[in-house]
Every structure is written in C-alpha cells, then in structure tokens.
Design a protein around this ligand. Structure first.
Ligand code: AMP
Length: 399
C-alpha cells in the first residue's frame, strides 16, 4: 500500500484524531441509514483495542460554515453508542476551550465525537488556525473518510500536515485495494460502464483507462451527448454541448485502439420527468423531437448484459437512467443484476458513487458485487489517475 496503514502505527496510550465519514441521512433528528457509521466501526474498534483514545470528527450535510441544529451529529453519537456498546462522549462544538478540556480528560479506550466540522467556516476553507485547533492534543491522525478524500478541507489535509502525516483507516484501505486492482488490469477483458448526468468527469476517466479497456458501455444522461455527436436526434434529452467535441475525440480514439463503445440502441422516453405514465421505448434512431430520454431500453440492457457477461473486470459509475423515478429505474436495476451475475461467475466488479450504492442496494444485489465504493467523487478521481489530496497529506512532513 502506497500510504501508511494502521499496521505500522504505534497507538498504545496515544490520542488519535479519526476523520470519519458520518455524513448519514437524518429524518426528524433520527439516523435513517447507518451504513456509513458501520463503515468506520472496524477502524474505531482496532484503535481502541490497540490502547488509543479516539477523537472522532466528521461533516454532515452542507450547513455552509454556520451552526444549524438540523445537521447536528448528536443523533450519530446515539447510534454509535448502540453499535459499539460503550458510552460515547459528544462535544457540542468541534473546537474551543470546552472541547479542549473534554479532550484533555480522555483516557485510553475513551471516544469523543465532535460536533459537525462544517459548522465552522474554517473547515471548507482549510484554515490553518482552525486545523491547529482541531489537531489539538492529538498525536496520531487517521483518515477513514474515503468519500471526502478528494476535498482539501482542514480536517482532511490541514490536520495531517500539522501532525506530520498520518495513516489510512481500514475502510480507506479496502477502497484503495479495490481501485488498485482496477488500475492495474492487464490483459483480462475489462469493461467500463458509465452513466449519470455529468459528462466531464467521466470523459477524464475514459481517457485515463482507455489503454487498458476492451469495452465502454455508455448509458444515463451522458449517453445523449455521444449520440448527438453521431448525428442522432435526441429530442429534449440531456446534452452537454461543450463536451460534444471531446465525445467525438474519445469515440475516434477508442476506434483507433480497438476499444468498443456501446451506446444505447433503444431508449425509454417521456415528454417530461413527471409524465412517467407516458413513457415509451423507442429505437435510438427514432427518438421523438419533443421526448426526453430517461432510461436505456430493454434491447440495450441485453446488449450491455452480453458484454458484461464476457468481462473479467467491470467498473461502473453513474446510473443508466433517472433511477430515482420509476419506471426509469429499470435499466439500472437490470444492469445491476447482470453485474452481480458476472461477479458470481468470478469477475471482479466495482460499483461506485452514492446514487449507484443506493441503486444496487435497492436491486438487492449489493452483497454480490465485488466492491461497492462509498465515495463517488473520490472514486472518480482515482479512476482519472489522480492522487487524492487528503491521502497525499498523510505522507506530509511535520510543519
Ligand atoms: P452523476 O452525478 O453525473 O453520476 O449523475 C447522477 C444523476 O444522473 C442521477 O440523479 C440520475 O437521475 C441522473 N440521470 C441518469 N440518467 C439520466 C437521463 N437519461 N437524463 C437525465 N438525468 C439522468
């Protein structure tokens, strides 16, 4: 592993600053999905077993640098207490004299959860003084917040710089191992499945992976920019005019390298997002001028399925339709099944991004996917061949 792991850390009687991703959904002050909390439990347990006391910090939502009780981490402390079966102290702020005294009285085995980091404008601005206060009396920094590791925020890069580097937690380690496997694919048949709305991020992924890829399956809103580029009528579907040229360039480069790009051969259209009752499937070359393409059609699902079944490695980012609104979830669900079947037969499959995590969960196949990545933005950066700033900071020298 390119980054220091906890195997190398001296933790006995040390105070650890653990940056976790506890950005969970809340409803009426209750946590509605505890997946992210459970995600960091193995790291927290390991730190405590090895004799540390642990200050846990996270953001929740986008309070914009202001205190907003709606985004308090207090309900997370309750869930954490339940899962861990130990008492978890909760600090009413993330920095300040009161928090410092709570930290100062901690003993090995104690856990203190700080209030939402983003209640302070210093977090997103990566303010140095704020980072120093956060680091406080901590001796060891651990990053287990993979989904935020592409952000240069105070708790992600400022604190490890101040503490002279740090370690990746077990969740980040698992994420990195999965992506390392993908980024070093050799001759095995390798298929990239892309969907979602934004074209720009994914074009960079294609560019980086192209030399290793055999197939690229393009669905979701982004497919229409590629289809338009091929001269097809796309009606009122999503179009990124500024990326038309890049889409064309990618398609010729793929052809030159013998990489197959599969675009939808049929599309589910509707006059608008709220006219699901008027959804119809049309061939990709017969889209109505006043229709919006909102999902891939069944023939495309079969075609994608055939390619996926022949792949040894499959990486998927972005839903293939507006999966939040039935019936436009059908394509994404069907392809999730195809990916799960490929995994069952031995393919290494990685699915990334918040939307897809939900989609594969709803399709009931999360357990059958090789790796379900929690970080959309962070995983895209890795697939673009970039180093995540928060991970780079773990190697940083003491300032
Ligand atoms: P991204 O963050 O780029 O992966 O985009 C995810 C979003 O893309 C989801 O909210 C989907 O609803 C949306 N999406 C997927 N397919 C389409 C489509 N055909 N038209 C419009 N939006 C889409």
């Amino acid at each position: 592993m390119k980054y220091p792991t906890l195997d190398e850390a001296d933790l006995e009687a040390r105070k650890v600053f653990l940056r976790a991703d506890l950005n969970v959904p809340l409803e009426n002050g209750k946590v509605t999905d505890d997946t992210r909390i459970r995600g960091m439990i193995p790291t927290l347990k390991l730190l405590l077993e090895r004799g540390a006391s642990v200050v846990v910090a996270s953001h929740l939502g986008r309070p914009g640098g202001k205190v907003n009780p709606e985004y308090s981490l207090a309900p997370v402390a309750d869930v954490l207490e339940e899962i861990m079966g130990i008492s978890i102290a909760f600090a009413p702020d993330c920095i300040g004299a009161h928090v410092d005294s709570m930290r100062a009285s901690m003993k090995p085995g104690d856990v203190l959860l700080l209030e939402n980091l983003r209640f302070n404008p210093g977090e997103e601005k990566c303010d140095d003084d704020f980072a120093r206060s956060l680091a406080g009396d901590a001796q060891v920094y651990v990053n287990d917040a993979f989904g935020t590791s592409h952000r240069s925020h105070a708790s992600m890069v400022g604190v490890p710089r101040i503490l002279g580097g740090g370690y990746i937690g077990l969740l980040v380690q698992k994420e990195l191992e999965a992506f390392e496997r993908v980024l070093t694919v050799g001759d095995e048949p390798f298929t990239l499945v892309l969907g979602g709305a934004k074209v720009s991020d994914k074009i960079q992924v294609i560019e980086h992976l192209l030399p290793r890829l055999n197939n690229i399956l393009v669905g979701g809103g982004m497919a229409f920019t590629f289809m338009k580029c091929k001269g097809l009528e796309i009606g009122e579907s999503l179009l990124d005019v500024e990326r038309l040229e890049a889409a064309g360039r990618i398609m010729s480069e793929a052809e030159r390298r013998g990489v197959r790009i599969v675009l939808p051969v049929d599309v589910v259209t509707a006059p608008s997002l709220d006219a699901a009752d008027r959804a119809e499937t049309v061939p990709a070359d017969a889209m109505p001028r006043d229709g919006m393409g909102l999902d891939i059609g069944p023939e495309t699902v079969r075609e994608f399925g055939r390619v996926i079944a022949e792949s040894a490695v499959v990486v998927w980012n972005g839903p293939l339709g507006v999966f939040e609104i039935p019936p436009f979830d059908k394509g994404t669900t069907a392809v999730a099944l195809a990916v799960a079947e490929a995994s069952d037969k031995g393919a290494f499959t990685v699915v990334g991004g918040g939307d897809l995590v939900r989609a594969v969960h709803e399709a009931g196949v999360s357990d059958r996917i090789g790796y379900v990545s929690t970080g959309g933005g962070a995983s895209l950066r890795l697939l673009q061949g970039m180093e995540l700033p928060a991970l780079a900071a773990l190697k940083g020298a003491r300032t």
